[in-house]
Write a protein that binds this ligand. Sequence first.
Ligand code: ARG
Ligand code: ZN
Length: 875
Amino acid sequence: APQPVRLEDYRPPAYHVEQARLRIDLSGETARVDARLELRRNPAAAPEDTALRLDAEFLELEALHLDGEALDPAALRAADGALVIPDPGARCRVETTSRFRPAENTALSGLYRSGRMYCTQCEAEGFRRITPYPDRPDVLAPFTTTLIADRTACPVLLSNGDCIEAGALDEQRHYAVWHDPYPKPAYLFAVVAGDLSCQEERFTTASGREVALRFYTEPGNAGRTEHALASLKRAMRWDEQQYGLEYDLDTYMVVAVGDFNMGAMENKGLNVFNTQFVLASPDTATDADYEGVEAVIGHEYFHNWTGNRVTCRDWFQLSLKEGLTVFREHQFAEAMGSAAIERIRQVRLLRSAQFPEDAGPMAHPVQPKSYVEINNFYTATVYAKGAEVIRMYRTLLGDTPFRRGVRRYLERHDGEAATIDDFLACMEEASGADLQQFSRWYHQAGTPQVTVRDEYDPEREVYTLHCRQHTPATPEQPRKAPMHIPLAVGLLGPDGAPLPVQLAGEPADEAAHTRVLELREAEERFEIAGCPQRPTPSLLRGFSAPVAVEYPYSDDDLAFLLARDPDPFARWEAGQQLAVRVLLAEAAGEPRPGGLERLEAAFRGALEAPGADPALTAEVLTLPSETYLAEQLEVVDPQAIHDARAGLRRALGQALTAHWQALCEQHPGRPWRHSAEEAAQRRLANLALSYLVAGSPRHLDRALQQLERSDNLTDRLAALAVLADSEAPQAERAIEAFHQRWRDEPLVVDKWFRVQATASRPDALEQVERLTRHPDFTLDNPNRARALLGAFAQGNPACFHSPDGRGYRLLADHVLALDARNPQLAARLLGPLSHWRRYEPQRRTAMREQLERILAQPALSKDVHEVASRSLEAA
Ligand code: ARG
Ligand code: ZN
């Protein structure tokens, strides 16, 4: 089995790279890379660490020179392919020549071909597939890169920094020289070459620097970058205003690439984006895609400071840049749109992706302590829970000290590779707080469970909250210490009026309607004075910590909070909890008496509330996902959950037909336009359409009409989703026609696959099997593989978990087929099988069998091996 890398084994690099010069020739089938590295011994390295290690993989090394003398690479080769030069001296120059074939680089890590262009993805460890190099984030160097390619095939040649020279080489070839003055780790290196269209705009920074913003796409996608460009300008301005951070080069380039393992990559001055997160037009992107583009554009831009100017010492610090940058992305989204709606969406994602991870065999702390394959740790825990940890600093310390801490961190570590401890130290200094206990959020895995009980003393007018916290055992961490948890609490009087939350013994503050209680012990109590009547508590307002809270609310309490809580997040949460109760009881075969009626009344209330925000109404009317419901149970029967949810949707569809119909009829009021308000109206109207059809198939015609007449993908896709659930022949014809109409638009075809993979019809598994043989299906394009297989395994629990195990076999077959070509993607698709222990016995066994079958294959990648073996081993 492959050996893990451990945080405790970290050693500073033996050598620094003072200069990296590359010459990359892409003019033939085989790429040739000449590298010249000026190296200097690191005075901070241990005296016995004298060997220079150059990571290398996927390369044919043709020549290796040390200070001009040829060395024999075969004699220096380590077991993992790296070159190890025993003691090259205090200063040295290493020159290498290597070759590889970009078209055969199907792993999409390193330098590869996508369509007709060349591009790179170096994070985390792809640079070693371009040239031998100390490929670790704590080795920072200024890069000068010469790119050579065919003039007609690749008129555009890009790399990091500024272009300092360009010209013709001969009849066929040309070159460009790029220089990036900011020392950076190799994972931020990028090159792009191809025949690309460019859309350019300008941005003037607060201090007056003129920045050229250039967005490159394949010619067919020109004209779809407007939204991304506008988003980038908003992000740049927001970061100046919020954090005082400006851009630091003269050009900011973004390239859209069709084949990409992740969402996007923050390479210095030259971001590479999955087309899905940069291109947007009303025919090819939904409202959610427009939001996704703005979020990811912001995310990668914010990395320029949190990630690039200050980077990570090693990959155990990944959340240092990702948690902080996701938090900044969230703040940006909250500032651009509705803060409450953004928060609800963040929490939905955390609960459906991170909570299950934290409760499963891949559970790991925000700062993992060991890994076999680092690409397996670009997880919801490192990203989303990491962002929640950053948010908690702000909640606990206050906004001003928090921003002071971020500034201090960026100033102190500018140009360096830092650690999570460095960040925490800056926060302590900026606030004067002791964050010792808080640091457990980085080290302990698992979602803390907070149980709240209360009592009321009418004599003293004191209301007491008793809080108990417990973090469940996770692999390798059987026992947990208490966490420092900010629990935001509000109180409502019987008439719904908010009451001040005034801790006994503290001065009265009439304005304090939300109070952050700081939990530090396994058990503790908080006395709140000045309560003339027994209040209803509103707990975890704004989702103040990534925990699960349990309090014995009555159904009446929840309905009351849903109607009256002034905190929109808490209102939504109360509605979700009410729905969870009704659905879980139904799934267990013990329907909750009066549950449906109560939920119907709550929905009616939300639909009729005067002046309600349609975006919040849509969130309230969206039932909790099957995944989130499954998460509430010890033993999961996905079919029972699906049937309960589908049954409730049908009942609500019928009970509120007139309301749904009215919403549909108002829609569409006018031609499509991108705006948050109109997106919310579309969302509400399309939710209404889906309830209507769930209530009765006679409303299918409405969906058919909408599909025909809409002027935008959001409405078309909502109609298509409703049709995909149906087995009616006219629905199947419409789906076929949609494919005919949009077959030349890859991102739309992805949606077409996704909608069928997640369809709520009993034969969806057979459909997915059929679609794997569709001429447009390919495992070579990650978006396509995710659209069919990822969407099916994650978004269609009832059919994926077919009790005969066919869904599992289908997934395992494709994971194995993919593993030899793209291990990163294969390991990601395997994820859903890892949760096998949670399912009822028949499914549990069938899932385990597929994991065992995978693990028994010879020559598995580290990526898939780690996921499969961890899934089987942890108890
Ligand atoms: N740093 C990128 C981002 O979050 C993600 C790149 C991850 N790449 C990988 N191969 N794991 O914006
Ligand atoms: Zn990131």
